[in-house]
Ligand binder design. Structure first.
Ligand code: RIB
Ligand code: CA
Length: 311
């Protein structure tokens, strides 16, 4: 069983990442930390707690992290996730287990106290992860791997050159990608293909369970926004795809490549400049996802939602 800390900015696909992680027998979620990204720090923190109440896991610790990137002003994504960050359905009260710790202190304390190495699974801007490493470098010895949703080799979704999570806090991403820690980069090249289609959403709606009946309209909101802005035929479940790698590594095809993070570009802020052909001769620093087994992923994801219907 893999011990993980999920650092997220719920966000519809972060919500499904939480659901997939907590439904899996392969994963022990030591805690959830939240960061500003899709919405403000207050909203992403509250949303994580609401999701935990929805699925009956109010015993999972939730710690609130940074409300803004290290250097930049916060940029959010209401056009994709709505004003609440989880528009599309009414969620229950936020009842996740409040730790009263800042996210970086939860991450540091949990890693230092853990007997085993822990997987960090960031699915939002990398602010909490970067500052945790800076504040307490000793935690690097307790990190098994960083499996992150972010970046892309050939795709983008916030500017023509960048993916949202990396764009929001490029300095944090640079710190993480230059940390020397083992990184699996699950970017838009695969996550934009990890779609729950409108037919899948109709199916979830037809189940009409206590959780699926809430998830379906949330996903429909998210799918409609992605259809409008990117012409996608459904909801790209970016963050849950990163989690799925921890359950079944065969879901992703990876290549060990060098990735630089652009922090100075006028038009390219936050670009994950990926040396796909080894042209720079630089030492690779990330296992980059280039392909996915979509059927395996969708099977896991839909089963996880149905699992919580049965509880
Ligand atoms: O670009 C997609 C990523 O940005 C996802 O993690 C989504 O939740 C947003 O955080
Ligand atoms: Ca996210």
């Amino acid at each position: 069983m893999k011990k993980i800390i999920l650092d997220c900015d719920p966000g519809h696909d972060d919500m499904l990442a939480i659901i997939l992680a907590l439904a899996s027998k392969e994963i022990e979620v030591l805690g959830i930390t939240t960061v500003a990204g899709n919405q403000t720090g207050e909203k992403t923190y509250t949303n994580a707690s609401r999701v935990l109440n929805l699925i009956g896991r109010t015993n999972i610790p939730v710690s609130r992290g940074f409300d803004k990137p290290i250097l930049r002003e916060l940029v959010t994504a209401p056009q994709i996730h709505g004003v609440s960050g989880l528009d599309g359905a009414n969620l229950p009260e936020p009842l996740g287990l409040k730790t009263e710790k800042h996210a970086i202190d939860f991450i540091i304390d949990t890693l230092l106290q853990s007997k085993e190495k822990v997987y960090l699974v960031p699915t939002g801007p990398l602010t909490n992860i970067a500052v945790s490493i800076l504040k307490e470098p000793k935690i690097k010895d307790k990190i098994e791997k960083i499996v992150l949703m972010g970046g892309a080799v050939h795709d983008s979704n916030f500017t023509p050159g960048a993916e949202f999570n990396i764009y929001v806090d490029p300095e944090a991403a640079k710190i993480v990608f230059e940390s020397g820690l083992p990184i699996v980069m699950v970017g838009l090249d695969v996550t934009n293909r990890a779609l729950l289609t409108f037919d899948d959403i109709d199916y979830l709606e037809s189940i009409n369970g206590k959780v699926s009946s809430v998830i379906a309209p949330l996903l429909r909101f998210f799918a409609n926004a992605n259809k409008e802005f990117f012409g996608l035929n459904g909801a790209p479940i970016h963050d849950a795809l990163a989690v799925s790698y921890l359950i079944d590594e065969s879901i992703l095809s990876l290549k060990y490549l060098h990735v630089d993070i652009e922090t100075l570009g006028e038009f390219t802020r936050g670009q994950t400049v990926t040396d796909i052909y080894g042209i720079t001769k630089k030492q690779p620093n990330a296992y980059v996802a280039l392909d996915l087994d979509l059927e395996k992923f969708k099977h896991l994801m839909i089963d996880a939602i149905k699992f919580f219907d049965t509880l």
